[in-house]
Every structure is written in structure tokens, then in C-alpha cells.
Design a protein around this ligand. Structure first.
Ligand code: SF4
Length: 370
């Protein structure tokens, strides 16, 4: 029998990976392209990787600040186990500095400023199964920065046949990329804009490393991935930029990578911009389809642009309302009219025997307030 374990406070300091020592007691973290050089007693840009006595520790390990069951469509993933529930979790901090962050209460906080729960990695799959989920998502803040915890959770999840999902800004180095993504089944990567100017001024990072991550995902992994572009009025909604972004995806990733245009609402440091008008998303979707992408969606609004249609015969395949799946007409992953195989992961994971046995014996974990 597997008992849910509560980590003791003394266990909370977990030594990180992807770092090296430098002269004077500094450490160099090479988990993301920021390459922080961190003095003893200080943290990196992301707040949750700290140098204590010349070693790098991950404060997010075993300490999620947000736990929730979501529809998989909320990640958003439209071609991955549609209609299923995903056990979603995040910690504190972030390696980007987006002015428009919609989860800024945790992403712009230090670990000691959030209400973190102590959950050992091997307990996460049990909690997910107890709540009827088919997958786990690392989301809400940037999961790359707590990659050690992600990897250990994924290893535990595989024993139960649970799938794993990264919802990420794609800001990761090649040195760490395979260590994390080789454990992952699906991802949604934010492509926040298609100009270095936007990335530099509004996210305090760079576009090029994100494009490289998308290329690695396509060429070097079997991860199912989709892309999200949050459209912010006047900052990244220029039709010419949308066309360039779509053409880049078509050329480098192919026509079958789903692209989600989603609506912005004023938040954090970007309160002076209005909500994205639905017409902007309709226009962006039309441009991307015209460019040659097969699966283009609109999100954060009620729209027919949430449905999946067959790119060959036009048949409506999956009908959605916001994050709800109203109808799924796919037959073994193919169009029922013209038999075109629709790319994605449509089959639910097989329940391993261990799953039934152990979830039947775990106790409740009511204090997590899920
Ligand atoms: S993961 Fe954090 S500490 Fe490491 S380089 Fe990126 S921002 Fe800096």
C-alpha cells in the first residue's frame, strides 16, 4: 500500500540540476537561456532557484502553490485526449517577466510568498487518479524552472500509465531540454509574439530560443505539441506579424501543429490595453488557415473557431463550447466522412493493474482543497 506522504520542512531544500560552480562561491544556472550567475544567499531571476553555500537548490521541489483539476482543453490542447480531466499544478516564480501575466500572483512571487502545499512526487499520480484524471499538467507558472520535480513526478506517473503535459513558454536550454521533455507526452508552448521587440520589451526575454525549442520538439522528440499565441491589442496583433508567425510554423513545423489564438484580458502591468476583440482572433485565424495551417483555433471567447474540422473534406469533427467538448465524431482518430487521419493523441491511456490496486487504498487528502 502506498501512503500519501507529507514532506517535512527540512526536506524542502532539494539540490538542483543544471548548474556549475564559479569562482567566489557563485553558481551558474544553465537551465534556461538567462544563464543566471547567482551569488551565495541569492536567487536567480525566477526566484525559486537559490544559491546556498555554493550549491544550487530548487525551492519549488515538492511544494506546489496551485493544484487543480482542469479540462484538457484549458491548457489548451485540442488534439490530446479530448474531453478528459487533467490534474494541473504549478509552483512559484517564472523565468520570463511578462507584463501581461495572467497568473502573476504565483509567477511573480517567491516561494515563501505563496501558500505552498507539501506533496511528494510519488503522491501526485495517486492524487490525480483519485480525481479521475488521465494526465498530469505542469502549468500555471513556468514548469521548466522546477524541472527536477517535473521529472520525478513523470517517472512516478509512468508506473500508472498516466500521461504528462508541459504548458511552457519554451524558454529552456538544450542542455536541459531532453532531460525534461524525454519524460513528457504533450506540450503547449506559448509563442507570445513574432518579434524580438515584443519579447525584449514585454517579456524581458528573446524570441529566438523559443523558436529553437519548437524546432527541437518537432525534430528530436515524439512529444505531441500545440502552440498558443495570446493576442494583445496593438502589441502583437498586426496581421503582417500573424502571417509571418504562421509561415514560420508551416515551414519549420509543418501544417499539422495546432495553433491557438487566444484573447487577452487586462492584468498585472498591462492594464491599459483593452480585451482582445473577437474580430482580431477571427482575422488571425483566417490568415493562418490561408497560409496553409490545418488546425487553427480561437480561445478565451465563445466561437465556432473552437471546433475541429477535417482539413480535407471540411466535415465537423469535434464540436466545443469554450473548454467543453459537446460532440466528438472522430472514428479511431480519423474523419468519419473521408477517412483522413487527424494527427493527435486520441486514445485514453491504458489503466495499468497497479493503478486500480493502489488508488483503492490511498487515503483522502482533503486539506489540499482540490
Ligand atoms: S532557471 Fe531561473 S535561475 Fe536558472 S537561468 Fe533560468 S531564471 Fe536563472
Amino acid at each position: 500500500m502506498s501512503e500519501l506522504k507529507i514532506l517535512q520542512k527540512t526536506d524542502a531544500l532539494h539540490e538542483g540540476r543544471w548548474w556549475e560552480t564559479e569562482p567566489g562561491g557563485r553558481v551558474h544556472c544553465y537551465l534556461c537561456p538567462r544563464h543566471c550567475r547567482i551569488h551565495s544567499g541569492q536567487s536567480g531571476f525566477c526566484f525559486i532557484r537559490v544559491n546556498q553555500g555554493g550549491k544550487l537548490y530548487s525551492l519549488g521541489y515538492g511544494a506546489p502553490a496551485a493544484l487543480q483539476v482542469d479540462p484538457i482543453e484549458k491548457k489548451p490542447l485540442n488534439h490530446f485526449l479530448p474531453g478528459s480531466r487533467v490534474f494541473s499544478m504549478g509552483t512559484a516564480g517564472c523565468n520570463m517577466g511578462c507584463f501581461f501575466c495572467q497568473n502573476w500572483d504565483i509567477s511573480k512571487s517567491r516561494q515563501d510568498q505563496v501558500h505552498a502545499q507539501q506533496v511528494a512526487p510519488e503522491d501526485v499520480p495517486l492524487l490525480a487518479l483519485q480525481r479521475g484524471c488521465d494526465s498530469l499538467a505542469f502549468t500555471y507558472n513556468e514548469p521548466t524552472i522546477w524541472g527536477e520535480y517535473v521529472i520525478d513526478i513523470c517517472e512516478a506517473a509512468k508506473e500508472y500509465g498516466l500521461k504528462t503535459v508541459m504548458v511552457s513558454n519554451g524558454y529552456i536550454t538544450y542542455e536541459a531540454f531532453h532531460d525534461i521533455y524525454d519524460h513528457i507526452d504533450a506540450a503547449n508552448i506559448d509563442l507570445k509574439a513574432f518579434t524580438e521587440g515584443f519579447y525584449g520589451k514585454i517579456t524581458l526575454t528573446h524570441l529566438q530560443p523559443v523558436l529553437e525549442t519548437l524546432g527541437w520538439l518537432k525534430k528530436e522528440t515524439n512529444v505531441w505539441f500545440e502552440i498558443t499565441n495570446l493576442m494583445i491589442p496593438t502589441l502583437n496583433d498586426d496581421p503582417a506579424e500573424t502571417r509571418k508567425l504562421s509561415e514560420w510554423i508551416l515551414t519549420h513545423l509543418g501544417p499539422d501543429v495546432p495553433l491557438h489564438f487566444t484573447a487577452f484580458h487586462p492584468d498585472f502591468k498591462l492594464q491599459d490595453k483593452p480585451r482582445t476583440p473577437p474580430e482580431t482572433l477571427h482575422r488571425a485565424r483566417a490568415i493562418a488557415l490561408e497560409t496553409g495551417l490545418h488546425y487553427v483555433y480561437e480561445g478565451n471567447i465563445f466561437s465556432d473557431g473552437a471546433h475541429t474540422s477535417c482539413p480535407k473534406c471540411g466535415e465537423l469533427l469535434i464540436r466545443r463550447s469554450w473548454h467543453d467538448v459537446l460532440e466528438n465524431r472522430l472514428e479511431q482518430g480519423a474523419c468519419p466522412k473521408c477517412s483522413l487521419v487527424i494527427p493527435g493523441v486520441w486514445e485514453k491511456p491504458k489503466a495499468l493493474s497497479r493503478r486500480t490496486k493502489e488508488t483503492a487504498t490511498i487515503g483522502n487528502y482533503e486539506h489540499l482543497n482540490l
